[in-house]
Ligand binder design. Structure first.
Ligand code: BT5
Length: 262
């Protein structure tokens, strides 16, 4: 793949600038640089390999060469007034989920806030980074990493949650560039819905562990347990505590784990 071929492949989508790198630190870091330099809405940066791929907080995201998708979209959400970072994270996860379900017929679920799972294993992660002006998002960079080929899955010892790849769960070869286009189309279909009421319902309908007991883990804080009720309008998790009280959890740096049912 190269920039020209990718531009041709995606020519029928209403994207801004499109650039492909063989090796890049992080497509999100590059996307943020572009956004600061006034890159057009829906500009896309993609890389075959990331050497400093990032997850939330200080976590890393591994993108091995020739095996995965790593890309970031610059979003200038002028028209979507009620947009939040949380809803944009949901947008990325829901778009991947839509494609894995409809094009590959697999039961994908969203582990709130930002992971896509199949069979209880993570195959994609979403990282949204935003620049605010007053109470409005000036721009957002929506980054998605998808493990496509088997060799994109890091060794389990390096991970804090089980991982898989699209090819592993699909059981056959998957064309990375076809998958990239499918996810971009799903993002473009979902983007105008992102500030609508129905969007939260669609996101909730695809949540993993809904109704189940989970632990919410935060560095340096006591874990909290509760049952997942759903999401509020901002995209925060509604957790029913053992006391019966409902608590709203903001995404930030939390980790969510299902409590063992055994
Ligand atoms: C995420 O963070 O899952 C967000 C991942 C976003 C990656 C994309 S790739 C394009 C764009 N450019 C970037 O630099 N980032 C975005 P989080 O929920 O914090 O999960 C991070 C954790 O996932 C790590 O601590 C590892 O345990 C695990 N992990 C790292 N690489 C993985 C992989 N390839 N597959 C599965 N799990 C992985």
């Amino acid at each position: 793949m190269d920039t020209n071929t990718l531009q041709e492949h995606l020519a029928d989508l209403p994207l801004g600038k499109v650039t492909f790198y063989d090796v890049l630190g992080s497509t999100n870091t590059e996307g943020m640089r572009w956004a600061e330099e006034s890159a057009l809405h829906l500009s896309l940066v993609a890389a075959d390999e990331q050497t400093a791929g990032r997850g939330r907080g200080d976590r890393t995201w591994q993108t091995a060469p020739g095996a995965a998708l790593a890309f970031s979209l610059v979003i200038r959400p002028e028209e979507y007034r009620e947009i939040t970072s949380s809803r944009l994270t949901g947008l990325g996860a829901l778009a991947v989920c839509d494609v894995i379900q409809s094009c590959y017929r697999l039961p994908a679920k969203i582990k709130w806030p930002n992971d896509v799972l199949v069979g209880g294993k993570k195959l994609a992660g979403v990282l949204v980074e935003t620049q605010w002006q007053g109470d409005q998002i000036q721009w957002a960079v929506l980054g998605i990493g998808i493990n496509v080929a088997r060799k994109s899955v890091p060794s389990q010892g390096e991970l804090d949650f089980p991982a898989t790849s699209v090819e592993t769960v699909f059981g056959g070869a998957v064309d990375r560039w076809k998958l990239l286009k499918e996810v971009l189309v799903a993002l473009l279909v979902r983007l105008p819905q992102v500030d609508q009421d129905g969007f939260i319902g669609d996101w909730e309908a695809n949540l993993a562990y809904r109704g189940d007991l989970v632990h919410i883990l935060r560095d340096g804080a006591e874990p909290e347990s509760g049952r997942i009720q759903g999401l509020n309008a901002a995209g925060y998790l509604r957790l029913k505590l053992p006391s019966g009280e409902e608590k709203l959890i903001q995404a930030g740096d939390i980790k969510l784990r299902q409590v063992d049912r055994n």
